[in-house]
Design a protein around this ligand. Structure first.
Ligand SMILES: [Fe+2]
Length: 430
């Protein structure tokens, strides 16, 4: 049995001014490199119904370009393979009627090599199309959407494979690059944010998903926000204070999950020799006290906030606080693939780690904005149909590609989801 960890080399994101051809090429290259350290077996198996195998992500992101871009350019185009649209579509979340999503991990065929050949062929055709005659504006928009869609799947590829590797008792590393940064304690400070008549949602040029629109008015009361996300040391205090054993701290449904599933710490945490350790993409590592806590559910974030005599922000509060900040932080391209401790104290009165590191749970359920209209056609099914029983997360994570998020970006997951890089930041009423 090999213990070898193959290197992941993560290329930098295409620069801001890059052409569509360059953006497409660099996004496709990044996906390929993310899968490169994995064996064909790693790429095939599926560890839980909500996750997908790497091979499926590789094929599905390609299916998107074949279906929505190449078939749009030439409606008479022969499909690459007559069955791939059933195997790798997303709108049914199923492989035909008899093979639901939980069985994506049973697709031993097509092989990984066949999927990579599919990727190569479709990629070449899309690059030729972009470089050829001027494309209609709707086709250009679909290519841009396909690029953003593939970036979403890059993050899912990493979180899904982390869960898959964590299920192996050997706790194998995806890459070895530990420890990540020098660690320094930073006292959280409360930063006052002025409320009032505000607007949230996407405005202006640049890409946005339909769920970020329309921009609309909200009323926000003055509030205070913590200077940085809750860290592991603070979360251990919550655990040591009986956080997971005190029903009064939990939402009723959250407490049901704690008791039914035996939660006693964030996902991937294990106690070894009386010390907390966690599974990371670098294998097992001691829990670092000053790093943002991650892999907590909405329920755990909410219980921690109640224990802290604070609360989670609404998404309007979060966006109001983040709207003018630069979108900088620890994203996928840093190569850490794990949240990092703050290196330098932020200037007095400023928020740190708003973007990158960990997605921050908000108290807002994922609902349509006033006047929301899903995008027309099959691509419109990506967001609107999920607006039920999910909560909004903001800010991106260490697995989000650079340039993919913005202040108005709305991610969403069910309240019990823990396998994303999800953490929290506290707010309190002013
Ligand atoms: Fe998708």
């Amino acid at each position: 049995m090999s213990e070898t960890v193959r290197e992941t080399t993560i290329p930098q994101a295409a620069p801001h001014h890059a052409s569509r051809w360059e953006c497409f090429k660099s996004v496709r290259e990044l996906t390929r490199r993310l899968a490169a350290p994995l064996s064909a077996e790693d790429c095939t198996i599926q560890s839980m119904p909500e996750a997908s195998p790497t091979k499926w992500h590789l094929a599905h992101t390609t299916w998107f370009f074949e279906t929505f871009v190449l078939a749009k350019i030439d409606p008479r185009r022969e499909p690459y393979h007559p069955k791939f649209k059933f195997l790798f579509n997303s709108y049914y979340n199923a492989v035909g009627d008899r093979h639901p999503r939980p069985q994506r991990g049973l697709l031993s065929r097509p092989s990984l090599d066949e999927v990579l050949a599919y990727r190569h062929r479709i990629e070449t055709d899309v690059l030729d199309a972009i470089a050829g005659a001027k494309l209609a504006p709707d086709v250009q928009a679909l290519i841009d959407l396909g690029i953003q869609h593939e970036q979403q799947h890059q993050e899912l590829l990493l979180t899904d494979l982390k869960h898959m590797l964590s299920c192996n008792p050997l706790r194998p590393a995806y890459q070895k690059n530990w420890p990540l940064t020098p660690i320094q304690a930073r006292e959280p400070r409360w930063i006052r944010v002025a409320g009032g008549d505000r607007q949230i949602g996407h405005a202006g040029d640049g890409f946005a998903f339909d769920n970020e629109t329309p921009r609309h008015k909200v009323w926000v009361h003055d509030f205070e926000m913590a200077s940085h996300p809750v860290n592991n040391g603070e979360f251990i205090e919550f655990i040591n204070d009986g956080g997971y054993r005190r029903p009064e701290l939990w939402l009723s449904l959250g407490w049901d999950h704690v008791t039914a599933r035996g939660w006693e710490a964030p996902l991937y945490w294990e106690k070894r020799d009386e010390r907390w350790h966690m599974f990371t993409l670098h294998g097992m590592a001691p829990v670092e006290l000053n790093t943002p806590v991650c892999h907590v559910s909405f329920f755990e974030a909410d219980a921690f906030a109640r224990w802290s005599q604070a609360r989670l922000p609404t998404e309007a509060e979060w966006e109001t606080a983040a709207a003018t900040l630069p979108v900088e932080g620890n994203f996928l391209e840093s190569g850490a693939l794990h949240p990092l401790a703050l290196r330098e104290a932020p200037p007095e009165g400023t928020l740190a780690q708003v973007f990158g590191d960990v997605w921050e749970w908000t108290r807002s359920d994922y609902s349509p904005y006033p006047g929301f209209r899903p995008a027309q056609g099959a691509v419109g099914e990506y967001n609107g149909k999920f607006m039920c029983s999910q909560y909004v997360l903001r800010g991106g994570s260490c697995a989000t590609p650079t340039g993919h998020v913005r202040a108005s970006y709305r991610n969403f997951f069910p309240a019990d989801a823990r396998w994303q890089f999800s953490g929290l930041r506290l707010v309190r009423d002013a």
